[in-house]
Design a protein around this ligand. Structure first.
Ligand SMILES: Cc1ncc(COP(=O)(O)O)c(C=O)c1O
Length: 366
C-alpha cells in the first residue's frame, strides 16, 4: 500500500532520514480539557480502577504478577552513568530516566499495558453480560472452569506486527479464549512461534501492518463470536496505556521529583501508529498538565526507536522483546515494522493540541 505524508515543510527531511524536530503548530494549553473530545481525563482514573479491580484475576492467570499483587508495572531506572554520554551532563539538564517497559511482565513490552487491559476488560464485560459474574462476586472466578467454557466460545482477534499480538494472544489464551493474530509480513519468526505454542492461530499476511489490520477487521465484522482489538480505533487500548503515566507520577513522587513550570518533564516515546505513546501522553497531560512535553519518534517510517539516540531522552519507553533478537544484530536498533501505518484514532483526536510530536532522529524511507 502507499500512504501520503502531510504536506509539511519538514516532510523532505523526514523522508531523507535527516534529524528533524517538528513542533506541533496546533499546540494549545490544556487541550485535553476540550469538552468536545470523546474522552475526558476521568476516563484515565476509571482505567486505573479497572486495572485494580482486575488485579486478583491477573495474579491468578499470571503467577509472575504475585510480587505486585496483579499489577503490571515497570521500574523507573535512572541513567546516572549515561547522562554525559547522552549529552545531558550539564547543570542545565535535569535527571535522566528510562521507564523500563521492555521488562514489563506478561508480554515484555508497552503493549502489555494496552493489549492485556483490553482483553481482561472485555472478559469481565462478557461474563457480566452472560450472568457469570454478579456484583460483589470474586473476580478471580473468571479463571475457573465455567468462565473458561464461556470464553472458549469466543475469539479475540488482532492485527499486529508482533508486540500487540503477543500481549493480546497471551492474555486471551490465559483466560481460555480462542485467539487469532493477523501478522504483517515483517513479523518476527520467534513471536509467531511463541504464539502458536500458546495455541494462538497466527495468520501471516504477505502485506504490511495496515493491510493485516484491515483484513482482520473484515473477518471480525462478519462473525459476532469474534472480538476485534482494533489498534487503529480502540479506546480501551488507549486508556490501558494511559495508566502508565499515573504509575510514573507515583515513581517520581517517591523520589521527591517535582514537575512544575521550573522543572518540566520531557517524555520521549517510540511511536508506531500512535496509540501507545498517545495513551501515555494523554495520561501524562492529566497528571502533569502543561508541564509535560512529549517527543515521539515515529516507528512508521522505519525509524529505529531505540537506538542510542533514544538516550537523548528525559524519559524513554524502551523497546520490547525485539531488542533481544534484532537489537544485538543492529547495534541495539530494532524497528517495530509499522511501515505505512495509519495513526490511531484516539491519538489523532486527543493529542492534536499537544506540544511537539515527531522527532525522527533515525528514519529511513519506507
Ligand atoms: C515496543 C513498542 N514500543 C512502541 C510501539 C509503538 O506503539 P504504537 O504503534 O501504538 O504507536 C510499538 C508498536 O508496536 C512497540 O512494539
Amino acid at each position: 500500500m502507499t500512504f501520503q505524508l502531510p504536506n509539511d515543510p519538514d516532510r523532505d527531511d523526514v523522508l531523507a532520514a535527516r534529524p528533524t524536530l517538528w513542533t506541533n503548530p496546533l499546540y494549545r494549553d490544556n487541550a485535553i480539557g476540550d469538552a468536545s473530545l470523546p474522552l475526558t481525563p476521568d476516563h484515565v482514573d476509571e482505567a486505573q480502577a479497572n486495572w485494580a479491580r482486575l488485579a486478583p484475576l491477573l495474579e491468578t492467570c499470571f503467577p509472575e504478577l504475585k510480587a505486585t499483587a496483579g499489577a503490571i508495572r515497570s521500574n523507573l531506572i535512572e541513567l546516572e552513568a549515561l547522562r554525559d554520554a547522552l549529552g545531558y551532563g550539564g547543570a542545565e539538564f535535569g535527571r535522566v530516566f528510562v521507564k523500563a517497559d521492555s521488562a514489563l511482565p506478561v508480554a515484555g513490552s508497552i503493549k502489555a499495558r494496552g493489549g492485556v487491559y483490553e482483553v481482561f476488560v472485555f472478559a469481565e464485560a462478557l461474563a457480566r453480560r452472560e450472568g457469570l459474574l454478579k456484583d460483589g462476586q470474586d473476580i478471580g472466578d473468571l479463571a475457573g472452569a465455567e468462565a473458561k467454557a464461556l470464553f472458549s466460545r469466543h475469539t479475540i482477534a488482532v492485527g499486529s506486527t508482533g508486540n500487540l499480538g503477543l500481549s493480546v494472544g497471551v492474555a486471551a489464551r490465559a483466560l481460555g479464549f480462542k485467539a487469532t493474530v493477523h501478522m504483517s509480513s515483517d513479523a518476527k519468526a520467534w513471536k509467531v512461534e511463541r504464539l502458536r505454542k500458546l495455541g494462538v492461530e497466527v495468520v501471516q499476511h504477505e502485506a504490511d501492518y495496515t493491510t493485516a489490520v484491515e483484513n482482520a477487521r473484515l473477518v471480525a465484522e462478519s462473525d459476532p463470536s469474534i472480538y476485534f482489538v482494533d489498534d487503529e480505533q480502540s479506546r480501551q487500548l488507549f486508556l490501558g496505556y494511559s495508566v502508565a503515566a499515573l504509575e510514573l507520577a507515583e515513581q517520581l513522587h517517591a523520589q521527591s521529583i517535582v514537575v512544575d513550570a521550573e522543572h518540566p518533564l520531557f517524555l520521549y516515546l517510540p511511536c508506531g501508529i500512535g496509540g501507545a505513546p498517545g495513551g501515555v501522553t494523554y495520561g501524562a497531560k492529566k497528571v502533569f498538565g502543561d508541564f509535560v512535553h512529549r517527543r515521539a519518534r515515529p516507528v512508521a517510517l522505519r525509524a529505529r526507536p531505540h537506538d542510542e539516540r533514544l538516550g537523548r531522552t528525559g524519559l524513554g519507553l524502551r523497546c520490547g522483546p525485539e531488542q533481544q533478537d534484532r537489537g544485538r544484530r543492529h547495534g541495539g536498533c530494532p524497528h517495530v515494522g509499522l511501515r505505512g501505518a495509519r495513526h490511531a484514532q484516539h491519538a489523532r483526536r486527543h493529542l492534536h493540541g499537544r506540544r511537539h510530536i515527531a522527532l525522527p532522529l533515525a528514519a529511513s524511507r519506507p
